[in-house]
Design a protein around this ligand. Structure first.
Ligand code: PA5
Length: 439
């Protein structure tokens, strides 16, 4: 089971602050679990892991097998919560160099998470003439980024492989009833999966939104869900502790939480975590800013700031106990690089000492540091980690006093973009923006 060591951070919090914040946790937990707070129509994720049936998982696995065996590539099209969960899990479980090694099944690629013309054109060049599948994921079915990517890829697939073949290799994950994607999927006869009404995008990785692409990539979604069920049913103390400590640190002037890893495969887990906490808590002029670093890489860039910059940060290190591989540092007769003092040691031992040394240095430098221990980067611990972060996020948001399940702020850029692109209905805003931009 994953663990949390928060003690090194406690020294940075006044006892009175800790007492005051700790008193918020039970009422917040009650609000979350009884569904009595703001956003209570988006609490379905709490029982997703234990609620998924064997039949539902088997259906996802069958669709995944069809795509995995019938296609060279499968493109998962989505953005935000319809992208980051699958990306995080697939990256965490994949060989670092999987893209350059032979694959046992379809390779999963991602699109619809940006509007880069070069990205989309180069993706289409890669896919040209190849049998590829598409998993198009959008709860609303109207989000611009995935809609553009899907329009391009669908057109390419139908043109190259024929409409019938395309329809058999496009899967839509969307709302049960509403949205353009639902209408199209029903008309074309795509296989579809439903994103439950009461599950918001950033809490949806344990629905087909995340599970289908993860299964296509060849990973064990049953073990992932099992890990999540373990945390859902055990309700470990670490959920409460994580939420209490981050709120107490926030009240103590620590406005930025940095999620730290010492393994590059965790990079996208941090991206997923940043969305989860950033979109859930950053509102009403409140909220810890969630940031992330990849160590030791970023010790040679952001390390200086973390050690010595403004003291408004705290760290949460995701610490992997055991690597999958076993590699030792060789002895060298000449020892020109001076590394013989660690010859015979495993690379992981050096990495662990880098981690410990960094944590101690940062504590000395005034950076509170907590550690989440993860036994191995496998499906089950990842499932535990996902549910742990989700539950702690809902709890932490209510303790902060915000609605953790809406995201009103993301509409601002969309409105401006639509107005600047002269979308019908946005004429007035378009005129206002253009007037603002005039010299
Ligand atoms: O967490 C969220 O709700 C958002 O990040 C959405 O997932 C994101 O905006 C994509 O929305 P949709 O799935 O409707 O295309």
């Amino acid at each position: 089971m994953i663990t949390l060591n928060h003690l090194p951070a406690q020294a940075f919090i006044e006892p009175a602050t800790l007492t005051r914040v700790t008193q918020l946790v039970q009422p917040a937990l009650h609000t979350l679990e009884q569904g009595t707070g703001a956003g209570n129509d988006f609490l379905g994720w709490q029982h997703l892991p234990s609620g998924i049936t064997g039949d539902q998982l088997a259906h996802i696995e069958r669709t995944a097998a069809l795509l995995r065996t019938g296609c060279e590539f499968v493109v998962a099209v989505g953005i935000g919560g319809s992208y980051l969960g699958a990306k995080a899990v697939i990256e965490a479980l994949s060989d670092n160099f999987a893209a350059y090694k032979p694959a046992a099944g379809a390779r999963v690629l991602f699109a619809g998470n940006n509007i880069s013309e070069d990205y989309l054109a180069q993706l289409m060049q890669l896919l040209a003439g190849k049998r590829f599948g598409i998993i198009v994921i959008s709860k609303s079915g109207t989000t611009t980024e995935p809609a553009i990517a899907f329009r391009l890829l669908k057109e390419q697939l139908e043109r190259e492989q024929g409409r019938e073949w395309a329809a058999q290799h496009i899967v839509a994950v969307t709302d049960a009833r509403r949205g353009a994607l639902r209408t199209l999927a029903d008309r074309e006869g795509y296989v579809t999966y439903v994103i439950p009404d009461d599950v918001g995008g950033r809490f949806s990785v344990l629905t087909p939104v995340g599970l289908l692409p993860i299964a296509v990539a060849g990973f064990d979604i049953r073990a992932l869900v099992r890990g999540a069920v373990e945390v859902e049913t055990a309700q470990p103390e670490m959920v409460r502790t994580y939420a209490i400590m981050r709120n107490a640190l926030y009240q103590s002037g620590k406005k930025i939480e940095i999620l730290v890893n010492f393994d590059p495969r965790l990079h996208f887990l941090a991206e997923w975590w940043k969305q989860l906490y950033g979109e859930s808590e950053g509102k009403d002029g409140l909220g810890i800013f969630p940031a992330s670093v990849d160590f030791t890489t970023d010790l040679h860039s952001m390390g200086q700031w973390i050690q010595d910059g403004e003291r408004t940060i705290f760290e949460t290190v995701v610490s992997l106990a055991t690597p999958h591989e076993n590699l030792t540092i060789p002895h060298d007769e000449e020892d020109l690089d001076g590394l013989n003092y660690i010859a015979g040691k495993r690379i992981d031992e050096v990495n662990k000492m880098a981690e410990l040394g960094t944590r101690l240095a940062h504590l000395d430098g005034g950076v509170p540091c907590r550690v989440i221990g993860v036994p191995r980067l496998d499906e089950e611990p990842l499932g535990q980690l996902i549910y742990f972060f989700e539950k702690a996020c809902g709890l932490s948001g209510y303790m902060l006093g915000v609605n953790p399940f809406n995201q009103p702020g993301v509409e601002a850029y969309k409105k401006n973009m639509f107005a600047l692109l002269q979308k019908p209905g946005y004429e007035e805003l378009s005129a206002t923006l253009r007037a603002k931009m005039e010299p």
